[in-house]
Design a protein around this ligand. Structure first.
Ligand SMILES: Cc1cc2nc3c(=O)[nH]c(=O)nc-3n(C[C@H](O)[C@H](O)[C@H](O)COP(=O)(O)OP(=O)(O)OC[C@H]3O[C@@H](n4cnc5c(N)ncnc54)[C@H](O)[C@@H]3O)c2cc1C
Length: 461
């Protein structure tokens, strides 16, 4: 049996930094990884998809060359080179994480599948490791729902999409949320026919209706087929490809394609971790239950990142690391509930989001009786967007009428993933929005419009 001061399970977005932090203060730490170093973001999530999005954007812009004053002839997309570019970006980070950990003094790197034997003992490769503190950073994977026919057809997930070095003739994407929309637009731009099949009445159903509608228009304008309200989805083999049926009746409407991608949510990697032997509680969906400082119900065991259900992003996982590390090493009292929701959807133009949606703000003011102001502004009036020839989308901001603090915002438009941080930082500073109106912003940018837009706030009813 080997003893360490801490054991970290998983090398996602929280584990490596935490292991390095322990090692830096002279503590011994073991970090265990069963697959690829860097986890989802590095290997099958953010980094490869955003690299593909960048290729797709360049191709799209080249196709629009005539609008910008140039001609391209005989443009061909080479999917092998697109994939090679993506692979290089992932490999850079994957190798970087591995080399960093292996080169860290006091840090023992173990490759294998970890399982709890007891609250402070973990087995990996038949070896038992023991530590007073154990940190779980096991992440999640694509959910494969038990829809009829799912095991009769070959299907793709965000992971197997990473191996594709050819152009699917017709890619059907089941799921019209964040992951599905990014793949839909990039493959359409690469040259595939693309159909999105979504169970709900609109795309990205957690966003406000006008944001959903604008995203739909952006994708529709590029020739992506969108099928909503597919209440009961089933899959079947069809003419060498696959058919996705939209309801469960005998004569169900269906769409046939060559490939199908399931993008219908994520599940945590917690069922094969021996959690029961450590007495760790999970919720009904398998997420590890944690308190506001990310400790599980078992003292000495913490869960960070996607597996705790408190966030599903790289930045939430990294923020989990910061909370745990600052509380332990700097005697701080950081809490998950102090963080403000923020994320981006990387279709083009991107959606940057922070705080509450307008729908949530309305529910909140109905409940609390507080008053709020809001504004909505089309990107077509933002001169930076016009100059770039990228005028799709809109900006929405809601503020508290009394404190003047920002409650939430959405920027669906060129630069939206960056400009949103102005509003997010004002929220963290608990500053009134008027601070933004007194700041001198750089011309020409999307951000310079925020003061003008805030001047148009009106009561939200
Ligand atoms: C297609 C896609 C695109 C995305 N794009 C973005 C984006 O643009 N921005 C963003 O913020 N987020 C994005 N995300 C989400 C982001 O990738 C995740 O939120 C993030 O990677 C979470 O990391 P994590 O630290 O929870 O764990 P993960 O990165 O999932 O890592 C967990 C690690 O633990 C290992 N592991 C699991 N079980 C065991 C075990 N028993 N023993 C040993 N090792 C184990 C796994 O092999 C894995 O390496 C995207 C996700 C997907 C699927």
């Amino acid at each position: 049996m080997k003893h360490f001061d801490a054991i970290v399970i998983g090398t996602g977005q929280a584990g490596p930094s935490l292991a390095a932090r322990f090692a830096a203060v002279g503590k011994t730490v073991a970090i265990i990884e069963r697959q690829k170093f860097g986890g989802t973001c590095v290997n099958t999530g953010c980094i490869p998809t955003k690299t593909l999005v960048a290729s797709a954007y360049a191709i799209h812009t080249a196709r629009r060359g005539a609008e910008y004053g140039f001609e391209t002839s005989d443009m061909r997309v080479d999917m092998k080179r697109v994939k090679a570019r993506k692979d290089a970006a992932s490999a850079r980070s994957n190798k970087g994480v591995e080399q960093w950990l292996r080169g860290t003094k006091n840090c023992t790197v173990i490759q294998g599948h970890a399982r709890f034997q007891s609250p402070n003992a973990v087995i990996v490769n038949d070896e038992v490791l023991q530590a007073e503190r154990v940190y779980i950073n096991v992440g999640g994977r694509a959910s494969v729902p038990g829809m009829p026919g799912v095991h009769d057809v070959p299907f793709l997930t965000n992971s197997s999409m990473m191996d594709i070095d050819f152009l699917p003739e017709h890619l059907i994407i089941v799921g019209g949320s964040y992951v599905g929309l990014e793949f839909a637009q990039m493959y359409r731009r690469f040259g595939s026919e693309v159909t999105i099949v979504e169970m709900g009445p609109r795309l990205i159903g957690r966003e406000d209706e006008d944001i959903s509608q604008a995203a739909r228009e952006i994708l529709h304008a590029e020739g992506i087929n969108i099928r909503l309200n597919a209440k009961c989805i089933s899959l079947a083999k069809r003419d060498g490809g696959v058919a996705v049926r939209m309801d469960c009746s005998e004569d169900a409407k269906e769409v046939s394609g060559t490939h199908v991608l399931l993008a219908v949510g994520r599940v945590p990697n917690t069922s094969d971790l021996g959690l029961e032997r450590a007495g760790i509680t999970t919720d009904q969906r398998g997420y590890i239950v944690v308190d506001d400082q990310l400790q599980t119900n078992v003292p000495g065991i913490w869960a960070l990142g996607d597996c705790n259900g408190r966030g599903a992003f790289t930045h939430t996982s990294y923020n989990d690391y910061e909370i745990v590390a600052d509380n332990l090493f700097n005697a701080e009292h950081r809490r998950v509930s102090d963080r403000i929701p923020a994320y981006a959807l990387y279709i083009d133009p991107p959606l940057g989001r922070c705080g509450m949606t307008e729908t949530e703000v309305k529910a909140e003011i109905r409940k609390s009786g507080r008053r709020a102001l809001s504004v909505k502004y089309p990107m077509s009036k933002v001169s930076r967007a016009y100059e770039k020839g990228e005028t799709q989308g809109l900006i929405k901001i809601a503020v508290d009428a009394e404190t003047k603090q920002i409650l939430g915002a959405a920027i669906l438009g060129v630069g939206g993933d960056e400009a949103i941080h102005i509003l997010l930082d004002a929220m963290y500073a608990k500053a009134p929005y008027t601070v933004i109106q007194r700041a001198m912003h750089i011309h020409p940018t999307v951000s310079e419009y925020l003061p003008t837009i805030l001047a148009k706030l009106e009561p939200l009813t």
